[in-house]
Design a protein around this ligand. Structure first.
Ligand SMILES: [Zn+2]
Length: 317
């Protein structure tokens, strides 16, 4: 498939609602599936052991072979999420970690759906394609004839096979902030985290995975619009009621986005091949230059460490 600059422009990292959507949709489909074979079409997308990304990419044929042969005959028992990492549990002593990074996609087709055509990019001009495509790098074949395809157009994502004992040592699963949708994430915990970074700008605070897990560019914009505070404000300038509104906003915006199956901006696609619809109701993200849906002011944008934040200059203070 010919790739235009537009697709590069639209690529952006899935955040908590998108990864949660993939996990929720894959869990019932993959549970109790037995792996018949794994085809690794691009070696650098898979790894064995808990190592870091830099040594993970130093792959060779032996790793590809071991990855596929270890998985053959294994049964999937669950699909979970920690921050933006997916964990596919196996009945034996192994688990598969999947990180979608920028453009990773997991698509599941039952035996009767294998000739289905889907669009891999949420752009009207994107062609309908059959899987596998050139950006399909790993294929799981199950004993009932169904298949799971891992696509990754920019090839930053990966699948790591680790043992249950190695799991706690995986670098990406350490030092994450709390899960914002977990019931034990309370306003008191949130305020304690705010107190750690008094000089941080709110946009950067929300996007730091070590402080709160899973929030990126889209949802930080939408949370701050909901809370009616500007993204460049410093944490230490917040009033008590603003802190409360940001906390409520984190829960509300992320929950709404999960209920809409995420935001398909560019290349996020659900395991069914369908799109997430939260992007249709974004209030500020990607809307710089357009009118605020509440007050009619023109939405503004500014750069934060190279990322663009959008906000309403009138509704947000
Ligand atoms: Zn406004």
């Amino acid at each position: 498939m010919q790739v235009s600059w537009k697709l590069l422009y639209y690529s952006r990292m899935p955040e908590l609602p998108e990864v949660e959507t993939v996990v929720r949709e894959l869990r019932p489909k993959l549970k109790q599936k037995k792996i018949k074979a794994v085809r690794v079409l691009m070696g650098k997308m898979v790894a064995m052991g808990p190592g870091t990304l830099s040594n993970l990419r130093q792959t060779h044929d032996g790793i590809t072979y071991t990855f596929a042969s270890t998985l053959r005959g294994q049964t999937i028992t669950d699909v979970q999420r920690r921050a933006k990492m997916m964990i596919i549990d196996l009945a034996g002593k192994y688990a598969i970690l999947v990180h979608l990074k920028m453009t990773g996609q997991l698509i599941f087709f039952g035996k009767k759906e294998l000739d289905k055509q889907i669009r891999l990019f949420n752009i009207k001009t994107s062609p309908l394609v059959h899987l596998p495509t050139k950006s399909t790098h790993v294929i799981f074949e199950f004993t009932d004839g169904s298949k799971l395809f891992y696509n990754d157009f920019r090839q930053f994502g990966y699948l790591k096979l680790v043992t249950d004992r190695e799991l706690p040592r995986v670098p990406e699963l350490q030092n994450y902030g709390p899960e914002p949708l977990a019931t034990n994430f309370t306003i008191d915990k949130f305020v304690a985290i705010l107190d750690k970074r008094p000089k941080a700008k709110l946009k950067q605070f929300l996007m730091d995975p070590n402080l709160v897990a899973g929030i990126g560019n889209i949802y930080s914009d939408e949370i701050l619009y909901y809370a009616k505070v500007k993204p460049m404000r410093l944490v230490k300038s917040l009033t008590k009621s603003e802190k409360n509104r940001i906390f409520k906003g984190i829960r509300k915006i992320l929950t709404d986005a999960v209920n809409h199956c995420g935001s398909s901006v560019g290349d996020f696609v659900r395991p069914s091949g369908d799109w997430g619809t939260y992007g249709l109701i974004h209030k500020v993200y990607g809307r710089a230059g357009e009118k605020c849906k509440i007050c009619g002011s023109i939405i503004k944008s500014m750069k934060f460490n190279g990322r663009t934040g959008s906000f309403c200059p009138r509704c947000q203070h």
